[in-house]
Design a protein around this ligand. Structure first.
Ligand code: PGA
Length: 258
């Protein structure tokens, strides 16, 4: 017998995203896609590749006619203006980019990304027709202090403050505990499930169709741990960093989502 949560999970299409961070030239990106595509040809999951800005076009061109979608790793909240070094949502849409990672902890930690700016970026992405992949997660100190839920609730409430309840299911949420990113330390399946269920409860309390929202786990996901993490009732997929740089490893994680 399936539990109610498992039944709901089976109605959400699994979602696996490759966050390449500052890796891969155009030539390397093209080679990756050409190697990946035949390995995931049969997948029924949503597969999203997040290259650096410079490789977006090359990946978009190669993925036409396949299940792969393309996401940027960041964008600015304004449509245009004097913001040297920044990229707007409409610039991404023009390239046929379909999604954008927002609020990754590396952006928060190293580049001063704030919840206040995310509160503007998420609606700007939606207005442009981009699917936001909103990253939230607690530090090790916050977890040790028993403040995980408080931190996540605050991030979700502020970052999604201007998203109307009926649009919440157009947002993908990635739970990425900072202590698990690039460290080789993975949250246990039970920890990932507990927090992803909590995130769903917060979205439900905001009046959203929370049962339709894809909630991903991110942080040292590998082929060896992917299936167990993603089989949890409220974990609908993965945001993969290091292991997404190798097409065989990433394909194995996509396969584990099925
Ligand atoms: P990692 O990165 O898989 O290398 O831990 C995950 C992420 O930062 O999205």
């Amino acid at each position: 017998m399936m539990s109610p949560n498992e039944r709901e999970q089976s109605t959400r299409t699994p979602y696996v995203a490759a966050n390449w961070k500052m890796h891969k030239t155009v030539a390397e990106a093209a080679q990756f896609i050409d190697t990946l595509l035949p390995r995931i040809a049969a997948t029924q999951s949503d597969v999203v590749v997040c290259p650096p800005f410079t490789a977006l076009s090359a990946v978009v061109e190669r993925r036409y006619g396949t299940a792969v979608r393309v996401a940027a790793q960041n964008m600015h909240e304004e449509g245009s203006g004097a913001f040297t070094g920044e990229i707007s949502a409409s610039m991404l849409v023009e390239l046929d980019v379909e999604a954008v990672v927002l609020g990754h902890s590396e952006r928060r930690q190293y580049f001063g990304e704030t919840d206040a700016s995310l509160a503007r970026k998420v609606p700007a992405a939606l207005a442009a027709g981009l699917e936001p992949i909103l990253c939230v997660g607690e530090s090790e100190a916050a977890r040790d202090a028993g403040e995980t839920e408080e931190v996540l609730e605050r991030q979700l409430q502020v970052d999604l403050a201007d998203v109307p309840a009926e649009d919440l299911d157009r947002v993908v949420v990635a739970y990425e505990p900072i202590w698990a990113i690039g460290t080789g330390r993975t949250a246990s399946e039970a920890q990932a499930q507990e927090v992803c269920a909590f995130i769903r409860d917060v979205l439900r309390a905001r009046g959203g169709a929370a049962d339709r929202v894809r909630i991903l786990y991110g942080g040292s996901v590998k082929p060896a741990n992917a299936a167990e993490l993603m089989s949890q009732a409220d974990v609908d997929g993965a945001l993969v960093g290091g292991a997404s740089l190798d097409p065989a490893e990433f394909a194995a994680i996509v396969e584990a989502a099925a």
